[in-house]
Design a protein around this ligand. Structure first.
Ligand code: ADP
Length: 466
């Protein structure tokens, strides 16, 4: 099957979070199952991966009342083709966070069919991701100026995080996308504003979220970010498919960022990683290390670790933080590190290599999220023999079982976190800890099973379509 796979960030070329990990790994796994996948993504100012795309040429994109020119570059990796959409609006310091983001990604979505056509790729279906590409299912149904073969194509829309919805003026969005005037009171229209997330879900043939529990949670007011009613109405076509991790990139048996490889059978390399971590952060050695590797956003509940830090230290944990984001959280972590020198280590920023060392060298990973669509950090921790301590929500609930592969707590409060961390500390150093760590390391969170689930969904979509 030919799958067109547009995504705003793709490992190893660009990344701010888990969406990039998924868009990096899932297409490769789908290619392994025999699918032909074209990933389309913006050509940002700096691209990771160490290879520049090969310049193919320009295409004209119907946009904002006329036609605009975008550049097209291509790369191939692991049997997957990657197309990069070039425009000056993507040549900025960050991927997102600009007032004109809705316009930037409306253009991107609008460019996707034209870019595919330019590369001779006529898909069987389009698999779009999150609000940045949420316009596409609607464009396939309602868009003018689509290349031949595109009008009416079926689509799958995957929700990675409902919080970010890409709301903008309805009139302007309709103008940017060059849609007809009849989009009021459709799924694009959310109380008078254009909502790209809702449009993606509403117009897609099938909708997925990145874990089964999150698929249920987003239908409730507590997790739906004002779209819960929409998701209840769409429940018949909504399903959760758990993310995997890239087990080549995240492999303690073969990880260049670690001092030595290790496995469940021989954990001496993990002990070396622990020593390196302790010396890197100047911690007094001998205590178990509880780590955080996270975006510093309210969603992640890192304020609970900060609020409980004194009690965690008193109980006997050392703490290590790697994260970037909200300035208030960054400065609170910096304050902790300077106040408790030798017990708290902190690196504020984004550091891929250090993340690897922390996953390997820490004893436990705290993921106290208020909501978590899937979460990848706990999956990486499991594979690295680092016991996850997580709030029981979304994908965390689906992947960590209390007392079996980690420790979980129900309420996103300091008390909840301290309770679970206390349970973990009671087990630490006993055979229970080894049993839990080994069970986590043995769990299979590779993309294999998820890719098969997506492949079956694609098949069901095509069968229902033809
Ligand atoms: P989200 O996508 O909501 O940020 P996920 O758990 O799905 O959360 O994915 C987070 C990914 O980003 C993981 O691979 C994690 O290791 C990585 N990550 C988060 N913060 C940092 C950081 N400061 N430095 C390096 N990697 C980070």
């Amino acid at each position: 099957m030919k799958v067109l796979f547009p995504a705003a960030e793709v490992v190893p070329y660009s990344k701010t979070g888990g969406l990039a990990d998924v868009a990096g790994a899932l297409p490769q796994a789908l290619a392994g199952l025999g699918h032909e996948v074209l990933v389309v993504t913006p050509w940002y100012a700096t691209l990771g991966g160490g290879v520049a795309p090969y310049w193919v040429g320009d295409v004209k994109v119907p946009f904002d009342g006329g036609f605009e020119t975008v550049g097209v570059g291509v790369l191939e990796r692991g049997g997957v083709r990657y197309a990069f959409v070039g425009h000056k609006d993507y040549q900025r310091a960050s991927l997102y966070g600009y007032p004109d983001d809705a316009r930037r990604f409306a253009r991107f979505a609008r460019a996707v069919p034209q870019v595919a056509e330019r590369l001779g790729f006529l898909p069987d279906l389009v698999h779009a991701h999150d609000w940045h590409t949420g316009y596409l299912p609607m464009l396939l149904e309602r868009g003018w100026h689509l290349p031949p073969g595109f009008p009416g194509l079926p689509s799958v829309f995957t929700i990675h995080n409902v919080q970010y919805q890409g709301e903008a003026s309805l009139e302007e969005t309709v103008r940017w996308l060059r849609l007809g005037p009849d989009l009021k009171a459709t799924y694009l229209d959310h109380f008078g504003a254009a909502n790209a997330m809702q449009a993606g879900a509403g117009f897609a043939t099938r909708v997925t979220t990145v874990s089964p529990t999150y698929a249920l949670e987003i239908q409730t007011p507590a997790f739906g970010f004002a779209l819960d009613g929409t998701f209840r109405a769409l429940a018949h076509k909504l399903v959760g498919i758990l993310n995997g991790i890239d087990t080549q990139l995240w492999d303690p048996g073969n990880d260049p960022a670690l001092p030595a490889p290790y496995s469940a059978a021989d954990l001496s390399g993990k002990a070396l990683a622990h020593s390196e971590l302790v010396s890197r952060f100047g911690l007094e050695s001998g205590r178990p290390v509880l780590a955080v590797v996270s975006r510093l956003a309210e969603q992640k509940g890192i304020d609970l670790v900060i609020g409980g830090a004194r009690a965690l230290l008193a109980a006997g944990w050392d703490l290590v933080f790697l994260g970037s984001g909200a300035p208030g959280l960054e400065s609170a972590i910096a304050r902790l590190a300077s106040r408790y020198e030798g017990r708290v280590g902190a690196r504020l920023g984004y550091d891929e290599n250090l993340a690897h060392l922390i996953y390997a060298g820490a004893d436990a990973l705290a993921v106290p999220s208020r909501f978590e669509p899937c979460g990848l950090s706990q999956l990486i921790a499991l594979r690295y023999g680092t016991v996850p301590i997580v709030r029981s929500t979304g994908g965390l609930k689906d992947t960590v079982t209390h007392g079996v592969t980690g420790f979980t707590f129900e309420h996103p409060t300091v008390t909840g976190l301290l309770w679970a961390a206390g349970e973990a500390l009671r087990a630490f150093g006993t055979p229970t800890w080894g049993r839990i760590r080994d069970a986590g390391m043995a769990a299979d969170h590779s993309w294999g099973a998820s890719a098969v689930a997506y492949s079956e969904l694609y098949g069901a979509v095509l069968r229902s379509w033809t």
